[in-house]
Design a binder for this molecule. Structure first.
Ligand code: GAR
Length: 209
């Protein structure tokens, strides 16, 4: 099984979706470590409850020293035998050094249909722009924020009467299906990075499987 390291900063509902997927017999990945940059992240409790190893590498222990913070994360992940790093609501921008260390072994979930709405407050901005579809993206990480080859996307409609919270909830439900799906594609060796794009081998992907 592919060994995952899941990086979180907070609630961890996407982490929970990955925990639940990995618990299904035959799922081709397992979580080796959950790493948080915040000691009070609720996701750490989710991991402990599931019997998964956790670690905290607090950026505030390395004030003004991003290389030291990232080196600590890097060695913690490698000691745990992590093969694929999954960012799941991890709210620190990673340096080109860290991204390069995990080239094509580092993925992120972002709450928009990239390349639209990079950055924060994606649901507010989708509403303000008047798009009729919104959604989420799992992509390989590149040094530019919210940039990199797209592995999988899910679209949801923007409906009359939506506010940011309601739209966020609809997108989040899609995220919880999409992240395990993308991890499965990678773990099965079906996601081939080719320059700026990812080719998916095999049968047409079905989000529910
Ligand atoms: C998710 O919506 C995720 O897509 C987003 O933060 C939320 C984390 O929720 N990520 C980003 O905005 C990354 N820039 P969770 O902690 O419940 O998974």
């Amino acid at each position: 099984k592919l060994k995952l390291g899941v990086l979180i900063s907070g609630r961890g509902s996407n982490l929970q979706a990955l925990i639940d997927a990995c618990a299904v017999p035959g799922f081709p990945a397992e979580i080796a470590l959950v790493l948080s940059n915040k000691a009070d992240a609720f996701g750490l409790e989710r991991a402990s409850k599931a019997g998964i190893a956790t670690a905290v590498v607090d950026h505030r222990d390395h004030p003004g020293d991003k290389p030291a913070f990232e080196a600590a994360m890097d060695s913690t992940l490698r000691q745990a035998g992590v093969e694929l790093v999954c960012l799941a609501g991890f709210m620190r921008l990673l340096s080109p050094w860290f991204v390069g260390r995990w080239q094509d072994s580092l993925i992120n979930i972002h709450p928009s249909l990239l390349p639209s709405f990079k950055g924060l407050h994606t649901h507010e901005r989708a509403l303000a722009t008047g798009v009729r579809f919104h959604g989420c993206t799992v992509h390989y990480v590149r040094p530019e924020m919210d940039d990199g080859p797209i592995i999988a996307q899910a679209a949801v409609p923007v409906l009359p009467g939506d506010d940011a919270d309601r739209l966020a909830g609809r997108v989040l439900e899609a995220e919880h299906l999409l992240y395990p799906h993308a991890v499965r594609l990678i773990a099965e060796g079906r996601a081939r990075v080719d320059g700026d794009v990812v080719w998916i081998d095999g049968p047409a992907p079905d989000l529910a499987t």
